[in-house]
Ligand binder design. Structure first.
Ligand SMILES: Nc1ncnc2c1ncn2[C@@H]1O[C@H](COP(=O)(O)OP(=O)(O)O)[C@@H](O)[C@H]1O
Ligand code: SF4
Ligand SMILES: [Mg+2]
Length: 351
């Protein structure tokens, strides 16, 4: 029997009402994350990566957002049909999120200790799970335990002299150190799933590498599954077992990272890989993917990549291609590999 995945997003659509009209931002997303896996979710800016991550914790406001169809299953639970009270038990506890800019996610006027203790006590209050902070049930005892746990986690993520530094303010920490603090904070709830949205993008290259190494260790030590959102394929190659390539609201290619990097098959993935510079790349030689992602208020009717695709055929303009398995660990949605149309088309969806 195959093991139940930790996260299973099935045919998820999301529309967002904007001033100019309804934007069809997610267009039937399918994504499966195995327990213990690190999956990179990649694609250009504006492809829907962040909205996919936020949807897992149901953090997209509805309205203006609306999910016309689709399912999200986390650890066998139906996230889309959970009450807000049930969601609060999941967020921060079993699903933790880390965002791009550590500066904006820490409050500048409070000490790190105050912020971490608050997060820990909040998780305990929301979940009723006092075991996270040891045996003490008195308020003072819980606070002390929360502080102790925070110090341990800060040490764990590489902050030296954490017992003293925990009483510092965010501005006393460098960008990389602030990201470490946020990672420690995310671990307070002992999450099963960590969604990290561009966690290294705001950092210097040398610091990025340190944070990636840290991630690598934590995944094993804390038995985490990770959805790593990034526009940087190099980051995925370094860190991920699996990769899902997103384009304009669809996953267009996914599978084992080794396989996808070795035989990238979707024209979009091929273009993305051509846009990574190597030491041999000469100035002006980088091909990349010419053009821009489409307007999502009036998206292309078939494959959303068709207007930029060098291999587009007439069928590509009418209906979205079905996801097809090339190998057991490699899937993609492209008419070059299948004659099947997907279950939903943009036209169906708007009916
Ligand atoms: N709150 C919002 N209202 C309207 N459109 C949004 C909102 N958030 C994101 N979008 C649009 O949805 C698309 C996907 O956004 P996002 O998930 O942030 O992309 P990514 O993380 O891949 O850069 C973009 O076109 C973006 O402009
Ligand atoms: S379905 Fe057609 S337009 Fe889309 S990527 Fe494949 S060949 Fe290109
Ligand atoms: Mg984003």
């Amino acid at each position: 029997m195959t093991e139940q995945p930790l996260l299973d997003i099935r045919n998820l659509y999301l529309d967002i009402k904007t001033f100019d009209g309804t934007s069809h931002v997610l267009n039937g997303v399918n994504l499966t994350l195995r327990r213990g896996a690190v999956m990179g979710l990649v694609g250009e800016t504006g492809c829907g990566k962040t909205l996919t991550g936020l949807s897992v914790s149901r953090l997209v406001a509805t309205p203006p957002g609306n999910y016309p169809r689709g399912e999200i299953w986390f650890d066998g639970q139906d996230v889309m049909n959970m009450s807000e009270a049930q969601m609060r038990k999941l967020r921060g506890r079993r699903i933790a999120m880390i965002f791009q800019d550590p500066a904006t996610n820490l409050n500048p006027v409070f000490k790190i200790s105050e912020q971490m203790i608050d997060v820990a006590l909040h998780i305990v209050a929301e979940t009723g799970d006092t075991s996270l902070l040891g045996k003490s049930t008195s308020a003072g005892g819980q606070r002390q335990a929360a502080r102790q746990r925070s110090i341990e986690l800060l040490e764990h993520v590489g902050i030296a002299d954490a017992a003293r530094r925990i009483d510092g303010y965010p501005h006393e920490f460098s960008g990389g150190m602030r990201q470490r603090v946020l990672i420690a904070m995310a671990l307070l709830g002992q999450p099963q799933l960590l969604i990290a949205d561009e966690p290294t993008t705001a950092l210097d290259v040398s610091v990025q590498a340190q944070i990636l190494r840290l991630f690598n260790g934590l995944v094993k030590e804390f038995n985490l599954s990770v959805l790593l959102i990034t526009h940087n394929l190099g980051v995925v190659a370094q860190l991920c077992d699996e990769v899902a390539v997103m384009y304009a609201g669809n996953i267009v290619e996914s599978g084992a990272a080794r396989r996808v990097f070795k035989t990238p098959s979707h024209p979009y993935t091929q273009g993305l890989l051509r846009s990574i510079p190597t030491p041999q790349t000469k100035r002006g030689e980088l091909e990349g993917v010419p053009g821009n992602i489409p307007n999502l208020i009036h998206p292309p009717g078939g494959c959303r990549f068709a207007p930029r695709c060098p291999k587009a055929m007439p069928v590509c303009d009418t209906t979205f291609p079905a996801m097809t398995a090339l190998e057991p660990d490699h899937q993609l949605a492209c008419y070059l590999y299948t004659k099947e149309t997907g279950t939903q088309t943009n036209a169906d969806k708007r009916r």
